[in-house]
Design a protein around this ligand. Structure first.
Ligand code: ASP
Length: 328
């Protein structure tokens, strides 16, 4: 099926009749709306970034970018949907360290995260943040760890599913602090955050961009971020190391991919539109306000995303396999 699709796209010419030279599809691209598949719930951190970017990329591409939230199984269903799509530039896979790295070690995927996808652009990143419901009787990371350890049964931690960023961060937190958590999977951290605010779950090791607004509003409590420096936009939150926990460093970066076999000119076009969006001061302001760190200029190529993904697979797969993460 895939071979057939590739053959169709490779040969998809607009033929104007005898005497007209065939025009490759890439020359008229894009001539209709483009779908970005976000593999997590609407209103979450992936969805928010995809929407900000998509809106700005429309200005460069002249066609709307429509967000489709295809959720479930730690994002692996949505990525699978993108992999199965025709490699014609009309379907983009939005993802991150969880979906495009960790999931390969957590699930028996029917696709290969590297061989079946073509990198387009490395998107902004952010540290994870340890947050709890306000009813938790702790005011520092040390007190939180003591509280987590002293409980008769493990506290509940919301995640966006096995292999998602919030799940990997939770497993990492367990291993560096010696605590035990009971994971509650959601279709994204947007619904998990709603339950945290309502006091239905105890903690989330969340993407900063998801939680920060609620931390500022005082509806949840923040303890530390997983970076070696504080956030410029929330400098009152200590780093994990400052809060007494060494070795808890994690940066969650995102990216855009297209199905393997997408014409090079289309990948270049999409990359240019994304780079233009990321260079727009209004987009920058919006993303930085959420604690996101913009991608360095020299890292904005498709090759940089490909290299980052491969390096992270080499780093994380052994850690995840050693942690023996079970799909619940
Ligand atoms: N990025 C996911 C979301 O948008 C959350 C996660 O991976 O933890 O919900």
């Amino acid at each position: 099926m895939r071979a057939l699709l590739m053959a169709l796209v490779a040969g998809s010419f607009v033929v104007g009749g005898p005497g007209f030279a065939p025009v490759a599809a890439a020359d008229t691209y894009p001539s209709r709306p483009i779908t970005i598949i976000v593999p997590f719930a609407a209103g979450g951190p992936s969805d928010a970034m995809a929407r900000v970017l998509g809106e700005r990329m429309r200005m460069s591409l002249g066609q709307p970018l429509v967000i489709e939230n295809v959720t479930g199984a730690g994002g692996s269903i949505g990525v699978g949907r993108a992999v199965q799509s025709p490699p014609d530039g009309y379907t983009i896979s939005f993802g991150h360290l969880g979906t495009h790295v960790a999931n390969g070690a957590v699930y028996q995927l029917k696709y290969d995260l590297v061989a079946d996808l073509e990198p387009v652009v490395l998107l902004p990143s952010n540290p994870m943040i340890v947050v709890s419901k306000t009813a938790v009787p702790a005011t520092s990371l040390k007190e939180l760890i003591e509280w987590l350890k002293s409980r008769p049964s493990p506290a509940t931690a919301g995640t966006a599913g096995a292999g998602s960023g919030s799940h990997i961060a939770g497993v990492y937190f367990e291993s560096v602090s010696g605590i035990k958590l009971q994971y509650v999977p959601y279709r994204g951290t947007a619904p998990a955050l709603n339950d945290l605010i309502a006091g239905q779950i105890d903690v989330i090791i969340d993407q900063t961009s998801n939680s920060i607004t609620q931390v500022r509003a005082g509806t949840i409590r923040a303890y530390a971020i997983t970076d070696d420096k504080r956030l410029a936009s929330a400098s009152e939150i200590p780093t994990a190391e400052e809060a007494g926990l060494k070795g808890f460093n994690m940066t969650l970066w995102s990216g855009l991919w297209v199905p393997r076999g997408t014409p090079k000119e289309i990948v270049t076009r999409l990359n240019a539109a994304a780079v233009e969006a990321l260079s727009d001061p209004a987009v920058k302001k919006q993303l930085e306000g959420l604690g996101l760190e913009m991608t360095p200029q020299d890292q904005l190529t498709p090759e940089a995303l490909g290299a980052r993904q491969k390096a992270e697979i080499a780093k994380w797969w052994p850690i995840i396999k050693a942690a023996n993460i079970k799909v619940e």
